[in-house]
Design a protein around this ligand. Structure first.
Ligand code: HEC
Length: 151
């Protein structure tokens, strides 16, 4: 019978030590308490934008201000004044719209069909000297596209 008590005592001892070990383990690893961190700000203050800023009107191309000076600089030495090559007078709006001996060189609203625009784009005009800059060609094209007004 002593053997039985030995086993009982041993069982109890093991159980207690096991529980003790468990409790020690539980103390050594405390349950982490979730810390509540404040959420990041969701609204980023927008910079003040003036309401009228993005609706600037397209710059209007003027014949007198933008186009005629190009002709005066690069064309009238041959198309106006002393010479009027191809019967084309580029010294005035009326002369320009009268066209050449071949007919109209400007088709209002249609740069691609306008002989004058074609020839400055492909570089055949000015016939001599420096070609027109892309900015000048664009000004002529924009002006024709806008209807070639006498403005
Ligand atoms: C050095 C002289 C010279 C200059 C500068 C010159 N042209 Fe000409 N242009 C001519 C001659 C000459 C012709 C006749 C066709 C040919 O010989 O190519 C002509 C023809 C044209 C024609 C064709 C007319 C048609 O109905 O066939 C256009 C358009 C024209 N020129 C526009 C211009 C423009 C625009 C400029 C300036 C950007 C310019 N030209 C500068 C000499 C010149």
């Amino acid at each position: 019978m002593k053997t039985k008590w030995f086993f009982v005592a041993g069982f109890l001892f093991l159980t207690l030590t096991a529980c003790g070990a468990q409790s020690v383990t539980a103390e050594a690893q405390p349950i982490p308490i979730p810390t509540l961190t404040p959420p990041p700000p969701t609204t980023i203050p927008l910079a003040e934008t003036p309401a009228t800023e993005s609706s600037a009107p397209a710059v209007e191309v003027s014949f007198a201000r933008d186009v005629a000076p190009i002709f005066a600089d690069s064309c009238v030495e041959c198309h106006g004044g002393a010479r009027t090559r191809a019967g084309l007078d580029l010294t005035s709006y009326v002369g320009l719209m009268s066209g050449s001996q071949e007919g109209a060189v400007i088709f209002p609203g249609n740069p691609q069909e306008s002989v004058l625009f074609q020839q400055v784009v492909d570089g055949s005009m000015p016939k001599r000297g420096a070609k027109l800059s892309p900015e000048k060609i664009k000004a002529i094209g924009d002006w024709i596209a806008a209807g070639a007004p006498n403005n």
